[in-house]
Design a protein around this ligand. Structure first.
Ligand code: XMP
Length: 509
């Protein structure tokens, strides 16, 4: 398999770079800049990309890789800090001057180079830097400039070394995609034949060989990742797989049944559904603090799963729906974790198993969805918007009760239905209702009411690290509000959340 190494120097963009590479159908993996040279050599990479990073190469604590990485005979593309580091390690000079700092869209002029094939001489790129390459190393030449940056792109074509001060991975760089494609195909010689179909076929074959005849157990949360992992494993080991679907009673309207139907009817799986709603509510009684609620739910999920697993007895394999961002967040990468990872999960301590298998650990979320479609999981299940592991419990502010959950479930279903019906060009990336916990006075008929205040939230975002509130058409909001107050009796007021992240978060808790 053709592989590209994304060597992570602490930029926020490592995942984005890996994803852009995979969009060219070349498999990419992210590893720390500390990865020993021997491992990099043994990795058999077709090319290496140095990411950006917040440091200056002259900082004593600046992350640096072994300079010999540049002499492996493998092409390297350095981006931003990665470009400066390349120049520095090769004996060039990196300058630092506040007045030179560039941020945002900048005019870029390029000279003929394999990296810029098909890229016009003048285009727009995205810059974000203070330091810059002041003098290129011996053997390198300047292949791109901007007004503030005499060496916006450098190359030593004979050795396959390229550096760009700007960020080709962000969409603001007009021809960034072409530049990355050139690096992968023209410079590294990749064919770009990594497809989801291949991935699914290869995984199924591998697990069929390795796990055929074994007893395999999978915990389902109702979410996309564990569902895809289960279906993939089912294709490999068939009836050897038993799925335990822990329904914590905090799913959206109709969601638990929809998941069950697909698993039972479409895939005829051995499925045990545990309706543990009461059990979760019992544990949540009196809990008001968001983090406390998260902790209770995470722990209880494992306890319920353990109880079922005990009945099943010894299993050979436990399947987990871990995906690539989880792997990276749990310490492979170098970027500061902005938001702690919060999937319901963890490792059951008393389940009797020999080994853990994570069939999706190489995939990004959109790739997991593509794999799900490839496996024949219905689109409406696979393409669901993100839903937090603790479910509606973190959308009922304060203490969670059965009554509040029922109210929220209805309001949320109406809002989602109205957005889906509106036929917007693009739906918001996440949209849902929140039960705010405050009551408001209203009037219905001739009577005074005093009911729930429901907030509607819709955001657009690329990565959920930052998000903007969606400018939904007023008509859609009006319709949702009218339906909610008409159809859900105990609600007397509907408000729309117009806060971005930051300073707010997507969820209210
Ligand atoms: P925040 O609220 O942190 O949300 O801006 C960012 C994204 O993460 C989801 N989220 C969670 N997902 N368990 C999860 O599995 C959680 O505890 C959790 N909290 C937030 C949120 O829905 C959004 O997509």
């Amino acid at each position: 398999m053709e592989k590209i190494l994304v060597l992570d120097f602490g930029g926020q963009y490592a995942q984005l770079i890996a994803r852009r590479v995979r969009e060219q159908h070349v498999y990419a993996e992210i590893r720390s800049y500390k990865t020993p040279l021997g491992e990099i050599r043994a990795g058999g990479y077709r090319g290496i990309i140095f990411t950006g990073g917040p440091n200056s190469v002259y900082d004593p604590a600046a992350p640096k890789c072994d300079p010999a990485v540049l002499r492996l005979g493998v092409p390297v593309l350095g981006i931003c800090y990665g470009c400066q580091l390349m120049a520095h390690l090769e004996g060039g000079e990196v300058g630092s001057a506040g007045s030179i700092s560039e941020y945002g869209k900048v005019e870029l002029s390029v000279r003929p180079s394999p990296l810029f094939e098909g890229v016009p001489e003048n285009s727009v790129c995205w810059m974000s830097h203070t330091d810059y390459v002041k003098a290129v190393p011996e053997g390198f030449s300047v292949i791109g400039t901007s007004a503030q940056c005499p060496a916006a792109a450098i190359a030593c074509a004979a050795r396959g070394l390229y550096g760009v001060q700007f960020h080709p991975e962000v969409t603001h760089t007009e021809y960034g995609r072409d530049m990355l494609a050139n690096f992968l195909k023209k410079i590294c010689g990749c064919a770009g034949d990594w497809t989801m179909e291949d991935f699914v076929r290869a995984s199924v074959e591998k697990y069929r060989k390795e796990l055929g005849g074994k007893k395999v157990l999978c915990a389902l949360s109702g979410g996309v990742d564990s569902s895809v992992a289960a279906v993939l494993m089912h294709r490999a080991v068939g009836d050897g797989l038993t799925c335990v679907f822990v329904d914590h009673g905090l799913l959206r309207k109709g969601e638990g049944d929809a998941v069950e139907r697909v698993f039972r009817e479409k895939f005829s799986m051995n499925l045990i559904r545990v309706n543990a709603g009461e059990r979760f509510l019992g544990k949540l009684a009196g809990a008001e603090e968001p983090e406390k609620k998260r902790m209770i739910i995470g722990e209880e999920f494992i306890r319920v799963f353990e109880d079922e697993a005990k009945k099943i007895g010894h299993v050979h394999v436990l399947v987990q729906g871990t995906i690539y961002p989880d792997v990276v967040e749990s310490g492979v990468g170098e970027a500061a974790t902005i938001k702690s990872h919060h999937n319901v999960g963890g490792l059951p301590s008393v389940v009797d198993f020999d080994e853990i298998v994570e069939p999706l650990r190489l995939l990004f979320k959109d790739e997991v969805r593509a794999a799900g479609l490839e496996l024949g999981i219905p689109r409406e299940l696979v393409m669901r918007q993100p839903f937090p592991g603790p479910g509606l419990a973190i959308r009922v502010l304060g203490e969670v009760t059965r009554e509040k959950l029922a109210v929220l479930r209805e309001c949320d279903a109406i809002f989602r239905e109205e957005i889906d019906r509106a036929g917007l060009d693009k739906n918001p990336d996440q949209y849902f209702a929140v039960l705010t916990g405050s009551r408001a006075v209203g009037v219905m008929g001739d009577a005074r009411t005093y009911g729930h205040t429901v907030a509607l939230r819709a955001v657009s975002t690329d990565d959920f690290m930052t998000a903007d509130w969606s400018r939904l058409p007023f008509d859609v909001l009006a319709k949702a509000s009218a339906r909610i107050t008409n159809e859900v009796r105990s609600v007397s007021r509907v408000v729309y959340d117009i806060t971005s992240k930051p300073p707010a978060t997507v969820e209210w808790e």
